[in-house]
Design a protein around this ligand. Structure first.
Ligand SMILES: Nc1ncnc2c1ncn2[C@@H]1O[C@H](COP(=O)(O)OP(=O)(O)OP(=O)(O)O)[C@@H](O)[C@H]1O
Ligand SMILES: O=P(O)(O)O[C@@H]1[C@@H](O)[C@H](OP(=O)(O)O)[C@@H](OP(=O)(O)O)[C@@H](O)[C@H]1OP(=O)(O)O
Length: 328
């Protein structure tokens, strides 16, 4: 089983210098012209969401923050690609509008900040899992050097074998009132054999959630995943998404509350499909994820039907055996 550690320090990937597109990024799909700017202070950590965002750093781009004038929104600093995505792709794509956070336009400070629906706003304490989808995170128009860097990273993580890797986890412990946090470095170190037990750790909140709640969450997420797959694995999908994530959320402060959500986030590397193909990396990740969730539901269902936690053959339920199943 994976042990969670409580993280007290700031996000280890916070950086002091932040870069933004310099100018004319609106129509520049792959701008590499970046300026260094000073960091805009995030909102003071007066609420649980603010403290969450201390950890939701955005690489070199700067820090995601609450929109002080609109409490249900966040401001995400973006580069040219993601800015273009929200300004030109999002308004014309009903499926993205359905599966991504709502987009409320942008604010031009020292860097462009997109105003997005805060997906955690309706929760007392949001339990979050960020899964980066696809077997390759290398964007099509990146430099050879960058592609090579990303290929190495993908090959050394679960991205290559499973077409997904964990990019962050936030779990609230209702007893200690603390968040357990895992960052993307942890996600990169995880092996494929640990993927299933980690998913179990998140869905069960380390065993604290009732079996009914776990199954309820999985059912809702599966419906959403099916809908996403139906779109992405169809001729209607017009682009491939690299390094994009699925963000899972559910209520962590009320063990009986099954409120939850699942959205597509992070559109830094989105490219139009011009070869008539599909986003095979994303589709493979979706298939594996749905297969793991289905196995997890089976495991929970079995344990619900068996007081002592034995399977139908009378053998103890064994997470290890299930996680050892080879990926598709
Ligand atoms: N709309 C949203 N509402 C609430 N939280 C969000 C939202 N979008 C992203 N987050 C949180 O912020 C984290 C980082 O988001 P995202 O991946 O979009 O940023 P990023 O800067 O592109 O990250 P990176 O460059 O490290 O991949 C997510 O894991 C999630 O916890
Ligand atoms: O260097 P960039 O262009 O900011 O891209 C980052 C970066 O590659 C980062 O990787 P790492 O250097 O922290 O290993 C990526 O995170 P992962 O570790 O999750 O792959 C980011 O996703 C990249 O940001 P972006 O997706 O906006 O290009």
């Amino acid at each position: 089983m994976i042990e969670l550690q409580l993280v007290h320090s700031a996000h280890p990937l916070s950086k002091s210098a932040h870069s933004i597109p310099s100018a004319s990024f609106l129509n520049n799909w792959s701008s590499s012209s970046l300026n260094t700017v000073s960091q805009e202070s995030p909102a003071p950590p007066t609420s649980h969401e603010d403290s969450l965002f201390e950890f939701a750093t955005t690489g070199e781009k700067g820090m995601m923050m609450k929109n002080r004038s609109m409490p249900d929104q966040i401001l995400k600093p973006v580069r040219a690609n993601e800015f273009n995505f929200y300004e030109t792709v999002y308004p014309n794509c009903p499926q993205i509008q359905r599966f991504a956070p709502k987009y409320f336009g942008f604010k031009m400070k020292e860097r462009p900040l997109v105003k997005l629906e805060d997906l955690t706003a309706r929760y007392k304490r949001a339990n979050i899992l960020d899964i980066k989808m696809g077997h390759s995170t290398a964007g099509e128009k990146e430099s050879d050097e960058k592609k090579e860097y990303r290929r190495k990273k993908d090959g050394a993580t679960t991205s290559l074998p499973l077409a997904m890797r964990y990019a962050g986890l936030w779990l609230f412990d209702p007893e200690t009132r603390d968040y357990h946090i895992k960052d993307k470095i942890w996600g990169k170190r995880l092996e494929a054999k640990d993927f299933f037990s980690t998913l179990d750790m998140y869905v069960s909140n380390q065993g604290k959630n009732s079996i009914e709640k776990r199954i309820g969450l999985i059912d809702k997420w599966m419906t959403k995943l099916e809908a996403i797959k139906q779109w992405i694995d169809s001729p209607n999908a017009q682009f491939r998404m690299y390094s994009s994530s699925l963000m899972f959320i559910y209520e962590g402060d009320d063990l009986d509350d099954v409120s939850c959500d699942l959205r597509m986030i992070d559109f830094s590397h989105v490219y139009p499909i011009r070869d008539g193909g599909r986003d095979d990396g994303y589709i493979k990740g979706l298939n594996n994820l749905m297969s793991y969730l289905a196995d997890l539901k089976d495991m929970y269902t079995l344990s619900m039907h068996s007081e002592a936690g034995f399977d139908l053959e009378g053998e103890p339920l064994n997470i290890k055996d299930m996680s050892a199943r080879p990926p598709e």
